[in-house]
Design a protein around this ligand. Structure first.
Ligand code: DGL
Length: 223
């Protein structure tokens, strides 16, 4: 089974690694669209144009499953893509708000791109999962994905975004690029659990493959 994965650059490699760990024998195609980074600061129409081209390419190269290893493209485009390409199977990446809210955390910070924070999907994830007594703050981080992608001044950017943020029990990394700088983010929140969607996405892909190839020659049982 060919699995196509894309992101606006290297952020999605965190997702790719998590999938490859449990499904080592599948074939992977990875598109790192760094030319168009940051996705999180584009309009829906701009983003749709960009991701449609990538999906077309991945389809042409034989991908049957498309993993959107990007919270921004998932929260803003996945529904339209599913309608446009009924022949493909899409797995998306969403801010792991559900996972963070399920644990007994009272104060949760969600870091994501402006595009993800403003999306209707993030609003519904919050409404569906926030428990009584929980505080969940959504923090748009303009420029952070770009800083990570292009190796710009990370300390300065993190200081600008996070130095006033304190006292959280959990921090949701709602952009796949942020999972690449976990250690740096953790320094601002030494006692918080950092939560991302990588393993959840990998499990989703595993479930799909099991369904499609229950006795498939390539499927190795998941481990
Ligand atoms: N890594 C992506 C995400 O998860 C996109 C970041 C960007 O290009 O703005 O949202």
């Amino acid at each position: 089974m060919k699995i196509g994965i894309f992101d606006s650059g290297k952020g999605g490699t965190t997702i790719y690694r998590a999938i490859k760990k449990i499904l080592p024998s599948e074939e992977y195609l990875y598109v790192a669209d760094s030319k168009n980074c940051p996705y999180g600061e584009k309009t829906d129409e701009e983003l749709m144009k960009i991701v449609t081209k990538i999906v077309d390419d991945l389809k042409e190269w034989g991908a049957e499953i498309i993993v959107i290893a990007c919270n921004t493209a998932t929260t803003r485009c996945i529904e339209r893509l599913r309608k446009m390409y009924p022949e493909l199977l899409f797995v998306g990446t969403e801010p792991a708000i559900k996972q963070a809210a399920r644990s007994n955390h009272n104060r949760i910070l969600v870091m994501a791109t402006p595009g993800t924070i403003e999306s209707e999907r993030t609003k519904s994830l919050l409404a569906e999962n926030k428990k009584n007594g929980q505080t969940i703050k959504l923090l748009a981080c303009p420029g952070l994905a770009d800083t990570i992608e292009n190796g710009l001044d990370l300390d300065k950017k993190l200081d600008e975004l996070l130095s006033k943020e304190k006292e959280y029990d959990a921090v949701v990394l709602g952009c796949t690029h942020y999972s690449l700088i976990k250690d740096e983010i953790q320094k601002f929140f030494p006692n918080a659990e950092l939560v991302d969607g990588c393993e959840g996405v990998a499990r989703q892909v595993e479930k799909l493959i099991k369904k499609i190839e229950p006795n498939g020659s390539k499927y190795n049982g998941g481990r």
